[in-house]
Write a protein that binds this ligand. Structure first.
Ligand SMILES: Nc1ncnc2c1ncn2[C@@H]1O[C@H](COP(=O)(O)OP(=O)(O)OP(=O)(O)O)[C@@H](O)[C@H]1O
Ligand SMILES: [Mg+2]
Length: 517
C-alpha cells in the first residue's frame, strides 16, 4: 500500500511540473485553448492524483497559541508512531517523569480506521537557512499532513477526525500530572503586593472507595459529577456557564477536605485552593479566576472565616509595623493601606458573574463548619447547586474505615461498635485515629476493635457527663431566673402596698386637719 501511495505521489509531482511549464508559456496560447487546458488539466490531475491533503499547524492564527488539534494529533499518533515509525523523537513531559514518543519530522505512518486507510506525515519547514543553534528557529513551521483518498472525504472530515481529536485528548488527560494550586502572597516587580498561583503535584490518595460515608449518598454524588462533566452541550444549550457549585458542611474531621480530594481524583481535575485572606481586592480575585484552567475544582475552605477578612488584615498590619521595613516593603504597605477588601459581592461575581464564564468545566466547592453563619446570598439555590452534609461516623461509614485501615469486611464486634456509634457522635477522623493504632507487626484486628470500643464508651461517657453538666447548669440558670423574677414580683407588691398606705395616711390628715402638706 505504501508503494502504491508513493507511485501516486510521483505521478502528482510530474503533473505539477507540467502545469508549472504551462504557466510559464501560457501567454503564447490562444484564450480558448487556455480555458480548455485549465479545465481539463484540473480533471486530469484529479484523475491522476486522487488524494486530498489536510494540514494541521502547530500554532493557531492567534499569536503563539498552540493548536489544540495539533497536540491532540501528536498524542493520538504517539502510540502508533512508537509501533510503526522508524525515526522517533522524544519530548519529555510530566516533569520529566515520562516521555511522549512521536514520529520525527519527515516521517510518514499509516493509520486505518473502520477499514479506511490514511497517511500521516510530520513536517517541519524553515523559511531561512538554519544556522547552528541549540534552540529551535522561530521561523520554523511544524505541521502534520493528513492524506486520504478523495472518495473517503466525508468519512474522514466527519467521523475520523473527531475520533482522532477525542482519542488524543483522552490520551493527554490520562498522562497529565494533576496539580494542586494555591494562591500565595508575593511582591510584583514594582514592589506592590500581589498574589499568584503556585503549584505542586496533586497526589492525594483519597477516592470515593476510601471515603467513609453512606454508600447511597456517595453513589449520588458520583452520578452528579459524571453528569456534570458530560454536559458541555447541555450547558451551552440552556445558556449557562459550564460550572457547578458544591457546599460541604459539617463538624471538623468529618471528611470535607477528603471529599474534595476524592472528587478531584474521580474527575481527574486540578485543584485550586483559594485562600481569600491573601487576596488584596476584588480585582485581584478576578485576575486569579481568569488564570484558572478548565477541568478544575476551585476550593474555598472555611468560607465563614474567609469572608471576615478585616480581623486577619489588622493582624497582618500590626505584624508589619513591628518589622524593620525596606523601601520596597514600605511602598507595598502604602499600597496595602489603599486596599479595598474582597467583598461578598466580589465573591459572588467570582462565582457567577460575567467573568466566571471565561473557561468551562469548573467545580467550585465551599466548606464550612457553620452553615448557619453563612450569608443566605452565598448559598442560595442556583449558586450552590448541591449541598452535602458531612456527618458523624455511623456503622456504614465505619465499615469503610475498617476496610481501609484493617482490611476487614466483617467482624463479630461490628454489632457493638454500630450500636455505640448510633448513641455517640464521633467523627470519622476520631475513629480513623483509633484504627491507626494497630501496629504493623500486631496482626490482631480484635485488639484494635476492642480499643475502639473502649474509646467509644469513653466518648459516650464524656458526652453523658457533659450533657448532665449542661442540664445542671441550665436548671441552675432557670432556678436563678425564677428566684430573681419572684424577688422582683415581691418588691413590686411591697412598693404598691407602701403607695396605698401613704395615700391612706394623706387622706386621713386632710380629713383631721383640713389641709394638705
Ligand atoms: N469521611 C471520611 N472518610 C475517610 N476518612 C476520613 C473521613 N473523615 C475524616 N477522615 C480522616 O480524618 C482526617 C481529617 O479529615 P478532613 O480533613 O477531611 O476533615 P474536614 O471535615 O475537612 O475537617 P476540617 O473542618 O477541620 O477542615 C483525614 O485525613 C481522613 O484521614
Ligand atoms: Mg478540611
Amino acid at each position: 500500500m505504501m508503494m502504491k501511495g508513493e507511485m501516486w505521489s510521483n505521478l502528482g509531482s510530474t503533473m505539477a511540473a507540467i502545469m508549472f511549464i504551462y504557466a510559464m508559456f501560457r501567454q503564447y496560447f490562444p484564450p480558448q485553448l487556455q480555458d480548455y487546458i485549465s479545465r481539463y488539466s484540473k480533471k486530469l490531475s484529479n484523475l491522476m492524483y486522487p488524494y486530498v491533503h489536510i494540514t494541521f499547524d502547530e500554532f493557531t492564527a492567534e499569536w503563539m497559541k498552540r493548536s489544540e488539534a495539533f497536540l491532540a494529533i501528536q498524542n493520538y499518533l504517539s502510540g502508533r508512531s512508537s509501533a510503526y515509525a522508524k525515526r522517533l523523537k522524544a519530548d519529555d513531559v510530566q516533569d520529566s517523569q515520562s516521555f511522549v514518543l512521536s514520529m520525527d519530522y519527515g516521517e510518514e505512518i499509516t493509520d486505518e480506521f473502520n477499514g479506511v486507510k490514511v497517511w500521516w506525515a510530520a513536517t517541519v519547514r524553515s523559511s531561512k537557512p538554519q544556522q547552528f543553534s541549540s534552540y529551535p528557529a522561530s521561523d520554523e513551521r511544524r505541521f502534520y499532513v493528513l492524506k486520504f483518498h478523495k472518495r473517503d472525504r466525508d468519512f474522514i472530515t466527519g467521523t475520523y477526525l473527531i475520533h482522532v481529536l477525542n482519542q488524543g485528548k483522552a490520551i493527554a488527560a490520562d498522562k497529565r500530572q494533576r496539580k494542586l494550586y494555591s494562591n500565595s502572597a508575593g511582591h510584583g516587580w514594582s514592589g506592590f503586593r500581589s498574589t499568584r498561583w503556585t503549584h505542586v503535584d496533586f497526589e492525594h490518595p483519597a477516592t470515593f472507595d476510601t471515603l467513609a460515608m453512606d454508600a447511597k449518598r456517595k453513589q449520588e454524588i458520583k452520578k452528579d459529577l459524571i453528569k456534570f462533566s458530560k454536559r458541555k452541550e447541555y450547558y451551552a444549550k440552556i445558556g449557562k456557564a459550564w460550572k457547578r457549585g458544591y457546599l460541604l458542611y459539617g463538624p471538623p474531621g468529618t471528611g470535607k477536605s477528603t471529599m474534595i480530594a476524592a472528587m478531584a481524583n474521580f474527575l481527574n481535575y486540578d485543584v485550586y485552593d483559594l485562600e481569600l485572606t491573601t487576596v488584596k481586592n476584588n480585582v485581584e480575585l478576578r485576575r486569579l479566576l481568569i488564570e484558572i484552567s478548565n477541568k478544575s475544582i476551585i476550593v474555598i475552605e472555611d468560607i465563614d472565616c474567609s469572608l471576615d477578612l478585616t480581623g486577619q488584615r489588622e493582624k497582618n498590619k500590626k505584624k508589619d509595623e513591628n518589622e524593620e521595613m525596606d523601601p520596597v516593603s514600605k511602598r507595598a504597605k502604602e499600597e496595602e493601606k489603599k486596599d479595598s477588601e474582597v467583598t461578598l459581592s466580589g465573591l459572588l461575581n467570582f462565582i457567577d458573574g460575567l467573568w466566571s464564564a471565561c473557561g468551562g468545566e469548573r467545580i467550585i466547592v465551599f466548606t464550612t463548619n457553620h452553615v448557619e453563619k453563612l450569608d443566605p446570598a452565598l448559598i442560595r439555590r442556583g449558586r450552590m447547586d448541591k449541598r452535602i452534609e458531612m456527618s458523624y461516623c455511623r456503622l456504614e461509614a465505619f465499615k469503610v474505615l475498617a476496610k481501609n485501615y484493617l482490611g476487614i469486611d466483617t467482624h463479630p464486634l461490628f454489632g457493638e461498635i454500630g450500636r455505640l456509634l448510633e448513641e455517640t457522635d464521633v467523627t470519622p477522623a476520631d475513629v480513623a485515629e483509633n484504627l491507626m493504632l494497630k501496629s504493623d507487626d500486631e496482626e490482631e484486628d480484635e485488639t484494635c476493635l476492642k480499643n475502639l470500643i473502649e474509646a467509644l464508651k469513653a466518648a459516650k461517657e464524656e458526652a453523658r457527663k457533659k450533657a448532665e453538666e449542661e442540664a445542671l447548669l441550665k436548671a441552675e440558670k432557670e432556678q436563678k431566673e425564677k428566684e430573681q423574677a419572684e424577688k422582683e414580683e415581691k418588691e413590686k407588691d411591697q412598693s404598691v402596698k407602701e403607695d396605698v398606705k401613704q395615700g391612706a395616711t394623706s387622706a386621713k390628715e386632710v380629713k383631721e386637719n383640713g389641709f394638705i402638706h
